[in-house]
Ligand binder design. Structure first.
Ligand SMILES: *Cc1c(COP(=O)(O)O)cnc(C)c1O
Length: 361
C-alpha cells in the first residue's frame, strides 16, 4: 500500500487567534522505530490510531461539515549522500497561502510553512523516524523509492452555520510512502465527470475538489484503468488534468503541451519544474488549450505529473470507448528523460543546479 496512514510521531500545529499564529510541535505516542516494526497487526493499528487522535479538535467545524479546507503535499527525499532534503517547499508555501486566501481564511505565512515542514522532518529523524537511501532504487529510476510525504492542511474552528473559517488551524504531518502508481497498467480513460468549473475552486488545492476526482478515479479503477482524465466543463473537448495530477503530451511535431493554467487547473509544482527541465533541453513547450482530438491524433507520448506521481508515463488513453496507444505502449524517450532527471535531482544523484532542494539533515 503506497499511502497507508502510518504517520511519524512528531506533528506540527498552529492555531490562528486574534494575536496571530500560536505554534506547537506535538509528540504523539511512539516506541522506537525498531520496536514499532516488530509489533503485531493489532498493536500497530492501535498505535497508528493514537497518532491520528487529536482530542481537542472540534468535530463539528466548517471543514468537516462544508468542505472548507485546503492542503498541500510535498516530499522529503533520502539523499544519495545520506542526508534528507525537501523538494521546493517554498513553492508549496506560496500555493498554500493562495489557497487559504481563495477560501477566505487568514493565510498562513510562507516562512512558517517552510519551517514547519523542515522541523517536523528533522525532529522525526532525530527520534529515529527517517528513511535511508538505497542504491538499488537507481536500478529502476526510483520507481520503487521511498520518501517522506509531508501533508500540511487546514482545519476550521468549530461551527455549524454555513460560514468561512476565520480561526483555522494548520497541521503538518509526516508520512513515509512508497511508489504511488505501483505496478499494474498505465492505461487512462477520459471520464464524463467534471472536476472543476469556471469561477469555481479548481485552482485551489481544496478538499472539496477531491470529491469528484475521487469518484471518477474509482470508476476508472473499476473499469481496469490506472487513471482518469478530465475534459473542460464548458466545451467538453479540452483536456484539463488527471484525477490529482497535471498532464503533458509530447506531440510528434516536437512540441510538449500541457494545458494552460486558469481557474480550473491546479498549478502543479511538478508541472512547472517539468516545463523548466524540458525548456533546458531546448524542447518547445506550450501551455495552451489542447483538444482531446488533437491528443488522439498527434501525441506520441503522454505523462501525468504531481508530487505523488512524479512524471508517470501514460501508455494509452481511452475516449468514447476507443483506445489510443502512445508510442506503441513503450515509455517515450522524452518522458523517461524528464522522469529520470527529476528523480535524480530529488534523490541527489544529479546536481541540484536549480536550487530546488532544501536540506533538512
Ligand atoms: C496537487 C495536485 C496536482 C499536482 O501538484 P504538485 O504540486 O505537482 O504536486 C495536480 N492536480 C491536482 C488537482 C492537485 O490537487
Amino acid at each position: 500500500m503506497a499511502f497507508s496512514l502510518n504517520s511519524y510521531p512528531i506533528t506540527y500545529r498552529a492555531k490562528y487567534t486574534k494575536t496571530g499564529w500560536n505554534e506547537e510541535y506535538i509528540e504523539k505516542p511512539h516506541k522506537t522505530p525498531q520496536e514499532e516494526a516488530a509489533l503485531g497487526a493489532a498493536e500497530a493499528d492501535a498505535l497508528t490510531a493514537s497518532r491520528n487522535f487529536y482530542p481537542d479538535m472540534p468535530l463539528v467545524n466548517y471543514t468537516s461539515q462544508y468542505g472548507l479546507g485546503c492542503f498541500e503535499g510535498l516530499k522529503a527525499l533520502p539523499q544519495k549522500d545520506g542526508g534528507l532534503a525537501i523538494f521546493r517547499p517554498g513553492e508549496n508555501a506560496a500555493r498554500f497561502y493562495r489557497s487559504m486566501e481563495g477560501l477566505l481564511m487568514p493565510p498562513f505565512p510562507e516562512d512558517a510553512f517552510v519551517r514547519a515542514c523542515v522541523e517536523t522532518v528533522k525532529r522525526n529523524a532525530e527520534l529515529g523516524f527517517r528513511l535511508q537511501y538505497k542504491s538499488e532504487w537507481e536500478r529502476d529510476s526510483f520507481m520503487t523509492a521511498d520518501s517522506v510525504y509531508i501533508r500540511p492542511f487546514t482545519c476550521a474552528e468549530g461551527g455549524i452555520g454555513v460560514n468561512v473559517s476565520r480561526e483555522p488551524w494548520v497541521i503538518v504531518i509526516n508520512n513515509p510512502v512508497s511508489a504511488y502508481f505501483s505496478g499494474g497498467n498505465a492505461d487512462a480513460v477520459v471520464t464524463d465527470r467534471i472536476r472543476a468549473t469556471p469561477r469555481g475552486t479548481g485552482w485551489i488545492k481544496a478538499n472539496s475538489n477531491y470529491v469528484i476526482s475521487t469518484l471518477a478515479k474509482q470508476e476508472a479503477l473499476k473499469e481496469g484503468f490506472m487513471e482518469c482524465v478530465f475534459l473542460d466543463a464548458t466545451d467538453r473537448k479540452y483536456v484539463e488534468e488527471g484525477s490529482s495530477c497535471n498532464i503533458f503530451f509530447y506531440l510528434r511535431s516536437g512540441e510538449l503541451v500541457t494545458p494552460e493554467l486558469g481557474d480550473t487547473i491546479l498549478p502543479g509544482i511538478t508541472r512547472s519544474s517539468i516545463i523548466e527541465l524540458a525548456r533546458d533541453r531546448n524542447v518547445r513547450v506550450s501551455e495552451r488549450k489542447i483538444a482531446i482530438d488533437e491528443v488522439l491524433s498527434d501525441a506520441g507520448e503522454c505523462f501525468v505529473s504531481g508530487t505523488a506521481a512524479g512524471a508517470t508515463p501514460i501508455e494509452s488513453l481511452t475516449y468514447g470507448g476507443k483506445k489510443t496507444v502512445f508510442n506503441n505502449g513503450k515509455v517515450g524517450d522524452l518522458t523517461a528523460d524528464i522522469r529520470d532527471t527529476l528523480k535524480g535531482i530529488q534523490y541527489g544523484t544529479l546536481p541540484d543546479t536549480k536550487g530546488w532542494m532544501t536540506r533538512v539533515v
